[in-house]
Design a protein around this ligand. Structure first.
Ligand code: ADP
Length: 588
């Protein structure tokens, strides 16, 4: 019996059953007692009647006749028989017999006590008639005393007891019927009542189950103000509070999730078993991973450290260097209630920093190297002069010329470095005006024609017969074109032809400077604009180059909103294309 409903119904039924049994028993017993005392009183009246009408009136010889004249009908129409017994207990007169041979004999305890002077009522006497049928009778024995107080006769009255049994049986039947009806009503009422208690509980249970499955919007209808009603109210309050608290928790978690997800630093969290419990977008990008099974072991493997290397209370800083990327990793053990629970890894992309560091180191080394050569020259010739070469005027003049050239190189280097540094710090300002590119190129050709002729080279430029206006710092543009032209001449053999062309595009002018010189290997093409980069260092130096010309040219073109493109094949030649935005395109 699992349901409270059935338990309650069973309880009510048991209670009603017990009450009915007890009341029934009391009722039956009291009915029986009442009936018996009524019968006893009636029988006693008859016994006194016999004494008064027969024993006290007549001689014993006439007892039989006198007794026969008496009427023995009980109030309940039951047949009563009257008998007179002598002091020995023998029947000497009987209303049920005609002569002494038929007189019945009575030997019950009531008669014995009457013979000793005590009237007595006896029930439950069993008699067997001549047909062998047994019956239950009640008798009243009344002692008739003489003047001396001795018992002379006993007036004995007897009546069938079945009437009482019938009454009791009727009472019992009524009680049983009442009990059955009471039990049926109790079952129905009990069921309805139990339902009023259990159905709200069932509703609450169902709603609580749904809440447990995550549907927190559950509310129950309060139908009463009793304990069940209070419970329902408390449930509703609890559901509301739970939803609110959970909402706040989810809100917090979402905020944290958004912050972690959008952080530029990578965050990975592992539980105490080393299983991944959180990873953000940046971590995937930094570690170049998709869906690999990431665990603490996997990360430690990548970092080349073992679990035993990790100190429980200290942060470990490591670096991953893969695919030209530098990722710094901080391993932070976290603890809850002083028990180490897991590990958080914070990833930071330090590629740019590392590259900058490398570049800085490279730059310092390059500058030192570039200064080193002219410095050695200056120092060497100065020492020779001090050692006496100064006395030979023509030698001294040669040495001083060399020192002058070296100093010029150093000055050029310093100027170029300063220029670049001003571009870096945006100090260099362009003095832009409307100018004609064709005219600028013509000027450059004129300036370089002597240099070309010195090397037996020629510059071939057929100027277009229209103006090509650009909005530019003429001096700077001149500097770029001259640099490219002088490179074309420097890296081409004697007799080479430098071809110059300007092509008009929709929004720009493409100035092509083509040589058929030594050209460059493919891998150099991306690097020639780096500071100090030179394909052939010795040749460049021998030509007085310091590897900064194209870097400055690129800065100037960038500042004009243009760009430089390079097409080159080793041994075939190089074409440098300077792309200038049209003046109109800038002003629109
Ligand atoms: P440099 O002072 O060495 O010429 P640049 O920055 O002007 O420095 O050029 C960088 C490098 O690019 C040169 O050292 C050279 O190796 C290569 N280079 C530039 N122009 C040409 C060209 N026209 N032909 C072949 N190589 C060139």
């Amino acid at each position: 019996m699992k349901s409270i409903r059935w338990k309650l119904v069973f309880l009510y039924l048991s209670l009603v059953f017990i009450v009915m049994i007890l009341t029934g028993t009391v009722l039956v017993i009291s009915t029986e007692n009442r009936e018996k005392s009524k019968a006893s009183e009636e029988l006693r009246q008859y016994a006194i009647y016999i004494e008064e009408q027969v024993v006290d009136q007549y001689d014993s010889r006439y007892f039989q006749d006198s007794l026969a004249n008496l009427s023995f009908i009980s109030s309940s129409q039951r047949t009563i028989s009257g008998h007179i017994l002598d002091s020995d207990g023998n029947t000497i007169a009987s209303s049920t017999a005609a002569n002494s041979e038929e007189f019945p004999r009575f030997t019950n305890s009531g008669i014995i006590s009457a013979l000793s002077g005590q009237e007595a009522f006896t029930d439950n006497i069993r008699i067997t008639d001549s047909n062998g049928q047994t019956a239950k009778v009640m008798g009243y024995s009344y002692p008739c005393k003489g003047e001396d107080g001795r018992v002379e006769y006993v007036a004995y009255v007897q009546m069938a007891a079945d009437a009482i049994d019938t009454t009791i049986a009727q009472t019992t039947r009524s009680i049983v019927v009442a009990s059955v009806l009471a039990l049926i009503f109790t079952a129905i009422i009990g069921f309805i009542f139990a339902n009023t208690i259990t159905s709200p509980i069932a509703v609450l249970t169902k709603k609580a189950d749904m809440m447990a499955k995550g549907r927190l919007e559950q509310r129950a209808v309060v139908k009463s103000n009793d304990e069940i009603g209070q419970l329902t109210k408390s449930f509703n309050t609890m559901a509301r509070e739970l939803k609110k608290s959970l909402g706040e928790v989810v809100d917090q978690r979402n905020k944290l999730e958004i912050v972690l997800h959008n952080m530029t630093d990578g965050i990975l969290a592992f539980d105490e078993r080393g299983n991944l419990i959180h990873i953000n977008k940046s971590s995937y990008e930094m570690l170049d991973i998709d869906d690999v099974n990431i665990s603490l072991k996997w990360l430690l493997n990548k970092l080349n450290v073992s679990v035993s290397d990790i100190q429980p209370n200290s942060i470990m800083d490591l670096t991953i260097n893969e695919n030209d990327k530098y990722i710094s990793v901080a391993l932070i053990p976290y603890a809850i209630k002083s028990k180490t629970n897991g590990m958080i890894a914070v990833l930071h992309d330090i590629t740019k920093q590392s590259q900058l560091n490398n570049m800085r180191q490279e730059f310092v080394a390059n500058v030192s190297h570039e200064i080193g050569t002219p410095l050695t020259t200056i120092k060497g010739y100065a020492e020779l002069l001090l050692d006496g070469a100064i006395d030979d005027k023509s030698v001294a003049m040669d040495f001083l010329r060399e020192i002058n050239v070296a100093a010029d190189r150093m000055k050029l280097l310093r100027d170029d470095l300063l220029d670049l540094s001003r571009f870096d710090t945006k100090v260099n300002k362009l003095n832009r005006t409307e100018a004609d590119l064709v005219e600028i190129v013509k000027g450059c050709c004129r300036q370089n024609v002597i240099v070309a002729e010195n090397k037996n080279q020629s510059i071939l430029f057929t100027p277009p017969d229209k103006e090509m206006p650009i909005y530019a710092d003429v001096g700077r543009v001149n500097q770029v074109i001259t640099n490219i032209m002088s490179n074309a001449m420097k890296y081409s053999d004697e007799g080479a032809v430098i071809k110059i062309n300007i092509n008009e595009k929709k929004n720009s002018y493409h100035l092509e400077i083509e040589d058929n010189g030594i050209g460059m290997p493919k891998e150099a093409l991306n690097r020639i604009f780096e500071r100090f980069y030179r394909v052939d260092k010795a040749r460049s130096r021998a030509m007085g180059g310091n590897g900064l010309g194209l870097a400055i040219a690129k800065e100037i073109m960038d500042a004009h909103g243009g760009r430089i493109e390079v097409y080159s094949e080793q041994g075939v030649g190089t074409t440098m294309v300077l792309i200038f935005p049209k003046s109109r395109a800038i002003h629109e």
